[in-house]
Each structure stands twice: as structure tokens, then as C-alpha cells.
Design a protein around this ligand. Structure first.
Ligand code: SF4
Ligand code: SF4
Length: 71
């Protein structure tokens, strides 16, 4: 069975909106939010959860340990 993500959680306190997670995802799962948060950062949002293959590249490359994929 291919892996499927149940949820992708972005810690809105830890995330600094660097978008590394967006650029490393091979499947276009994440996108930049249209609006800034209360600190002025464009946080990543889950655009296509179904497309996630739980490769965990986003988790591994996030410098702030701010993203977590729940399988
Ligand atoms: S686990 Fe892989 S496929 Fe899923 S969002 Fe992260 S980088 Fe993309
Ligand atoms: S890589 Fe980490 S800190 Fe950067 S936008 Fe993604 S979740 Fe936020």
C-alpha cells in the first residue's frame, strides 16, 4: 500500500516562513498562504494532502523542525 498522509501540521510558533518545505516537496503538496500571520510571515499551507507520499523531505529539510507529517 502506498503511504498516505492523514494530516500535515505546521507549528505556527516555530515556522519562520522560509518556504524550504514548499520547494523540496516533489509532489506540490504545500503552498504559500495568501495572507501573512501575526508576525508578518507567509506560512506554508496544505494545498493537496492527497498528493502527499509521506517521503518526509519537508520534515527533514525544515531548519526549525516546524512541520510534521502524520501518516
Ligand atoms: S512528506 Fe514529502 S510529499 Fe508529503 S508534504 Fe512532505 S515533502 Fe511533500
Ligand atoms: S521549512 Fe519549516 S520553517 Fe520553513 S516554511 Fe517550511 S515549516 Fe516553516
Amino acid at each position: 500500500m502506498p503511504k498516505k498522509a492523514k494530516r500535515i501540521i505546521v507549528d505556527t510558533k516555530l515556522c519562520k516562513g522560509c518556504h524550504i518545505c514548499i520547494s523540496v516537496c516533489p509532489y506540490g503538496v504545500l503552498r504559500k498562504d495568501d495572507e501573512v500571520d501575526n508576525r508578518g510571515f507567509f506560512l506554508p499551507i496544505v494545498y493537496d494532502l492527497e498528493a502527499c507520499k509521506v517521503c518526509r523531505l519537508c520534515e527533514m529539510e525544515c531548519p526549525d523542525f516546524a512541520i510534521c507529517v502524520v501518516e
